[in-house]
Structure formats: structure tokens, C-alpha cells
Ligand binder design. Structure first.
Ligand code: PLP
Length: 477
């Protein structure tokens, strides 16, 4: 998860007196809306920015100011804003069949399920829900029940990585290993364990890539053995950790995890809520490493954020374990009212058609490479510790000291984000992750990004970094 517009500094926000935004809507907002991830005491001083319109990569606020959305909303608007054909697809479907639950069936859900399996080259089954969190909850329940159906010992433990975000519901939050995000919600769900991420910039094992024996991956086997392999149901990973700070694994990492899972009969779940649908320059992130999961979860780019939808997709052998008619508890006893609703699934089909016909996965790869080249011009900036990513998911880790890698303080990171916003570019940052490590800027624009858009992001970021570091230096001296 990321925070795109929060800063501790008030100076960069317009005061209500100078704002042309109608006071009544702003006041209604303050009076009635509880915004996510927000300290509302700050909002009393700086009312939230209201967006009124959007087209392509750009959003326009209530005062008519345009911003390049460098994070695609919450990294979900993959095909860009304002696509009439998506609105039409939903409209036509709502008129035809507005709603029906998937305890029975309807054609857009059937067609989308078939399309997803074709894209994934899976022989398997698709289960729909509404959000990434729910898709992961569904995957955990499927994994636990799968092992139960298969007999043997009761496998219930789910392993995930520190820094990873897997959602806001209690199970998904239990898999989320970000101390700041979990604080005050304990006790969470039992049976969730965490291992270190493949974070070469700050290797948790104190090693260097090349002589490390990929300990971040091989150590997972030790954890499995110490936990008792026969108690472990699944390992869940994003191919690239996104909200936890854009952490790209070394090439050996995912193949090693696959081997460990196969060796101990553990299911491998890929959370591709962010990395699905072209974000990393391939239709699905895992294609970069040629490793197949047992279960994959998708959301966000599945509808480019136009309507809520998510999917939990299993290989056929998992589904087959739920077919024991002699056992009244063998089927998957899990339902949600809206999952796979006709409008969302019809819209998703059109969204995928756009991604394919406009070759947006190639565009993401091409523009990602272009952005990385242009961003290399800020590599020498004293705040820039590391620039990393894949396709159009790029993280810039900011540091106070390049040598010691001391993380840049969160307030200063917030100032960079706020200054970019003032200059007209929305960039994100990781927030509420690991104490002291909310220091990664995040760029994940719509996949339709042009070179001119990319140049604007880099120019604004460069200017923001220059100004903030100079001002801070001036303030200190
Ligand atoms: N998984 C990942 C990797 C995410 O980044 C997110 C949300 O940002 C989720 C799951 C949860 O998705 P949602 O917010 O749709 O519940």
C-alpha cells in the first residue's frame, strides 16, 4: 500500500481561504468522510485534495489543476482513465443482467474465467471476489482446506515475507509483515509466519549477491523444517514486493522457493494483485522467472480499478481435491455477495482486450526501460540510495547517507512527495511499513505512459529532490 499525497508539511497545501473549491463540499467531506490511512487532525488544517476528472494519465482537481498520476490511483489504473468503452461494457451488462450470484452462473463471469485461464496457461479454476484482500483470504482458506481434503497431518501455517503487504482483512493482515501497519490490531490470526525478504540493498543476512548462496530463499527451507513441514500449508509471495518498498528478487529466488514447496508438499501462492495485467512488462509478473504457482491472486489491473473485482485462481489438482461427494464438508464453503458480478466481469473482459490490442505489456516494458534510463540522471543525488524495479513499477530508496545507507527520515520523504504534487506529478511512497523504513518513493503510472509523460515525472522529481535537499541543508547550516 502506498500513500500518494500525505505530507507532514502544511506549506505545500493551499489554505481554504485561497481555494476556489466550494466550501460546502470540502466542509461536507470534513464532516462525513473517514479517509483511509489519514490522520484527520492534519486534514482539519489541510483539507483533502478533491479530484473531479481524469483522462489518460492525468487527473484534474476541484480547482482545475492537472496532475500526471504517476501511481495510477493505487497502482491499478493500468489502461488509463476515462475509457468510454469500459463504461459502455459495464452499462450494457447492467441493462442486460444487473446482478446474479455465482452460486448459479452468468456469461461474463464464464467468459472472463476462461480468458484468465488462457492468459495464465493454467488448467484450473477461477474464483471471484471483490478486492485483493479477499482474493488472498480465499487463497488461504483454499490452501488449508486443500491439505485437509488430501488427508495426512493438518497443515495450516502460511509463510510470508517481512515488508510484504497482502491486504487489510484480518487474515491478509496477518500475512502482511509490516509492523507499523499491524500495530494496535493484535491479536491477529494464528498460524502466520514470516521470513526475510530478498532485499539485496540491505541484505538481512549481511551477504553480497554473488557469494550469498541466495540465503533469503534457502533459509525458507530452514524455517519450514523448524516449523515442522507437515504443518505448513502455503507460502505466499508477490513476485516483486510492491507496497513494502519495490523489492525485486534475484533471478534464482522464485525457482528456489518453487523447489522448496515441491519438496515439502507446500502450496506456492503468488499475490499478483499489483504485478498482474502488464505492470511488470509481462501480462503476469511471474512470467519473468518462468515459475508457476499453485494459486495466483489478481485484482487492481483486472478492471484497471474501474469496478471492484478480484480473482483467486488454482491449478486443477487443487480444485480436484474438493470433489469428494461422500464428505458433506468437502466443497469450498465460502461465498461473497458481489464477487464476479456481471458488470465487473464484463468490464474486465473489455479491459483485457484493451491491454492486448494496444500491447500495453510491451509498452510497460518499453516505457519502464525508458524511465529507468532517464532516472539514472538522479542516481548521484545524495538522497538516492537505490533505484530498482521492473516494467512500470519503480522504487527509489532515499537515504540520508549513501555510505551508511541510513534511511532518509519519513518527513523528508513526505516533502519530496508533496513538492512533486505541487509541481503537478503524483508519486507514491511506502508508508506504515517497517519502523524507520518508510523511505521508498514509488512510480507506477498507467501503462499508456508516453515519453513526454515520463520526462515530466523525472523533471519534477529531480526538481523536488534538488529543492528539498538544498532547503534542508540550508536549514541545518
Ligand atoms: N496484495 C497486494 C500486493 C497489494 O498491494 C494490495 C493492495 O494494495 C492487496 C493485496 C490488497 O488489495 P485490496 O486493497 O484490493 O484489498
Amino acid at each position: 500500500m502506498l500513500d500518494v499525497n500525505h505530507s507532514d508539511e502544511s506549506e505545500l497545501n493551499k489554505s481554504e481561504e485561497t481555494s476556489s473549491v466550494p466550501r460546502d463540499l470540502t466542509q461536507m467531506d470534513m464532516k462525513s468522510l473517514w479517509h483511509p490511512m489519514t490522520q484527520h487532525k492534519k486534514y482539519e488544517r489541510n483539507p483533502p485534495k478533491r479530484m473531479d476528472k481524469a483522462q489518460g494519465c492525468y487527473v484534474v482537481d476541484a480547482e482545475g489543476k492537472e496532475y500526471l498520476d504517476g501511481v495510477s490511483g493505487l497502482w491499478c489504473v493500468n489502461v488509463g482513465y476515462g475509457r468510454k468503452e469500459l463504461a459502455d461494457a459495464a452499462h450494457e451488462q447492467l441493462v442486460e443482467l444487473s446482478y446474479f450470484p455465482l452460486v448459479m452462473s452468468h456469461s461474463p463471469a464464464i467468459k472472463l474465467a476462461a480468458k484468465l485461464l488462457e492468459l495464465l496457461q493454467f488448467e484450473g479454476k477461477v474464483h471471484f471476489s471483490n478486492s485483493g484482500s479477499e482474493a488472498n483470504e480465499t487463497a488461504f482458506k483454499m490452501a488449508r482446506q486443500y491439505h485437509s481434503q488430501m488427508g495426512g497431518t493438518r497443515r495450516y501455517k502460511i509463510i510470508s515475507r517481512y515488508r510484504a503487504y497482502h491486504g487489510n482483512t484480518m487474515g491478509a493482515l496477518s500475512a502482511t509483515a509490516q509492523a507499523e501497519r499491524r500495530a494496535k490490531y493484535d491479536p491477529l490470526v494464528p498460524g502466520f509466519m514470516h521470513v526475510h525478504p530478498p532485499y539485496c540493498y540491505r541484505c538481512p543476512f549481511g551477504k553480497e549477491y554473488g557469494s550469498c548462496n541466495i540465503e533469503c530463499a534457502t533459509n525458507v527451507e530452514n524455517v519450514v523444517i523448524h516449523e515442522g513441514a507437515e504443518s505448513v500449508a502455503a507460502i505466499i509471495v508477490e513476485p516483486v514486493i510492491s507496497g513494502g518498498g519495490v523489492i525485486v528478487p534475484p533471478d534464482e529466488y522464485l525457482p528456489i522457493l518453487r523447489e522448496i514447496c515441491d519438496r515439502y508438499d507446500i502450496l506456492l501462492i503468488f499475490d499478483e494483485v499489483v504485478s498482474g495485467f502488464g505492470r511488470l512488462g509481462k501480462m503476469f509478473g511471474h512470467e519473468h522467472w518462468g515459475v508457476k504457482p499453485d494459486i495466483i491472486t489478481l485484482a487492481k489491473g483486472i478492471t484497471s480499478g474501474y469496478l471492484p473485482l478480484s480473482a483467486t485462481i488454482t491449478q486443477q489438482y487443487i480444485f480436484d481435491a474438493f470433489l469428494d461427494e461422500t464428505d458433506p464438508t468437502s466443497h469450498f464453503r465460502h461465498i461473497n455477495t458481489y464477487g464476479g458480478n456481471p458488470a465487473s466481469t464484463a468490464l474486465s473482459l473489455k479491459n483485457i482486450e484493451i491491454i492486448e490490442t494496444e500491447q500495453l505489456t510491451n509498452q510497460a516494458a518499453k516505457m519502464g526501460a525508458y524511465l529507468r534510463t532517464e532516472l539514472s540522471t538522479i542516481e548521484n543525488h545524495p538522497y538516492v540510495g537505490e533505484i530498482r524495479g521492473k516494467g512500470l513499477l519503480i522504487g527509489i530508496e532515499l537515504v540520508a547517507d549513501k555510505e551508511t545507507k541510513e534511511p532518509l527520515a519519513g518527513e523528508k520523504v513526505g516533502l519530496v512527495v508533496s513538492r512533486c504534487l505541487e509541481l503537478g506529478t503524483i508519486i507514491g511512497r511506502n508508508t506504515s511499513t517497517i519502523p524507520g523504513l518508510s523511505n521508498v518513493l514509488i512510480i507506477a503510472p498507467p501503462l499508456i505512459l508516453t515519453k513526454a509523460d515520463a520526462d515530466l515525472i523525472v523533471d519534477n522529481l529531480k526538481q523536488a529532490l534538488e529543492e528539498i535537499s538544498t532547503n534542508v541543508t540550508r536549514m541545518i547550516s
